[in-house]
Write a protein that binds this ligand. Structure first.
Ligand code: RIB
Ligand code: CA
Length: 311
């Protein structure tokens, strides 16, 4: 099987951590590097969280520090109500002795793509600041990006405002740069991630595999489920970010529809809205494959296999 080479840009974050876990040991994926962005928590915290996950799972994957603020917006928002003060509340980690790479994450993205054969997929599961900055700094990387698979947006209800999803709201301008870059985009929005709720039955299933990955999954999701229930009333937390990785492992897990998507970066009320033209009102060339459904059973099978890969 030819492995999909990926760069994973993330803001760990409970669900980002599981995306790292799933990608790192998959036979279908070659995780080249992890670039970190501010999002669920401040950059100092999301970097530590990414390093802790790699150390705990004994992953020999370089971690790079990216952007700590949005491209234009003055204020960086966080999601501490969901992810806690550390951004990864719940698990207890050993003292950290992993170090972040010296190179800036944006420069790592540029260098890696420029040196490649054009066979790298960029996966973003946080605000898209790092990827957008790389595109603006060095547009020559664009033909080298095989595909962008992003967790973000929604064509229905937002989760931070009625209109907007967190990753896009946090840096709508960056999302605008990405959605206008002309490369193939697969958008994994709330419309499908809210269908993969980590219910008690899922927790019981994943706990049956007794290894360090299942322990991390349970420790992460115990906290995440509680906060998601308190904020949204969900019976289980929606496992947003790993859906991007599950799609790369088995694309049939998602049903997508080509749409012209534009980001609202002008309005106050709906800033960060992914306006996905589901009914093609504007008759514009689609720029994204928007996820409209997910095979829930297949997704949890992929997650369970991902946990068992650590046996
Ligand atoms: O809206 C959900 C997204 O925002 C997920 O990626 C979560 O980790 C946060 O980054
Ligand atoms: Ca995330």
């Amino acid at each position: 099987m030819i492995k999909r080479k990926i760069i994973l840009d993330c803001d760990p974050g409970h669900d980002d951590a599981i995306a790292i876990m799933l990608a790192a040991k998959s036979q279908a994926i070659d995780l080249l590097g992890i670039t970190v962005v501010a999002g669920n928590q401040t950059l100092d915290k999301t970097v530590v969280n990414a390093l802790n996950v790699c150390q705990y799972l004994n992953l020999d994957i370089p971690v790079y520090r990216g952007c700590e603020n949005p491209m234009i917006r003055d204020k960086q928002i966080v999601a501490d109500d969901i992810h806690g003060d550390s951004g990864l509340d719940g698990p207890k980690f050993e003292p950290l002795n992993r170090e972040v790479e010296k190179q800036h994450g944006v420069l790592y993205i540029i260098d890696t793509l420029l040196k490649s054969e054009g066979d790298i997929t960029v996966v973003t599961t946080g605000p898209m600041t790092n990827l957008a900055m790389a595109i603006r700094l060095c547009p020559e990387i664009l033909p080298k990006i095989q595909e962008i698979v992003l967790m973000g947006g929604c064509y229905q209800l937002g989760n931070m405002t009625p209109a907007a999803e967190f990753n896009v709201l946090a840096d709508g301008d960056a999302a605008h740069v990405v959605f206008t870059c002309g490369r193939k985009i697969t958008m994994v929005g709330l419309d499908v991630t809210r269908k993969v709720l980590c219910l008690p039955s899922v927790m019981e299933r994943m706990a049956k595999t007794q290894n360090k990955a299942s322990k991390l999954f349970i420790d992460l999701m115990t906290f995440f489920n509680k906060s998601q229930n308190e904020v949204f009333g969900w019976a289980g937390g929606p496992l947003h970010d790993p859906v991007t990785i599950a799609y790369l492992i088995d694309p049939s897990v998602l049903t997508t529809k080509e749409m012209f998507t534009q980001i609202d970066i002008r309005s106050e009320q709906s800033y960060g809205r992914t306006n996905c033209d589901y009914f093609n009102y504007f008759k514009k060339k689609p720029n994204s494959n928007v996820s409209i459904d997910i095979d829930v059973e297949k997704f949890w099978d992929i997650i369970e296999e991902g946990i068992k890969a650590y046996n």
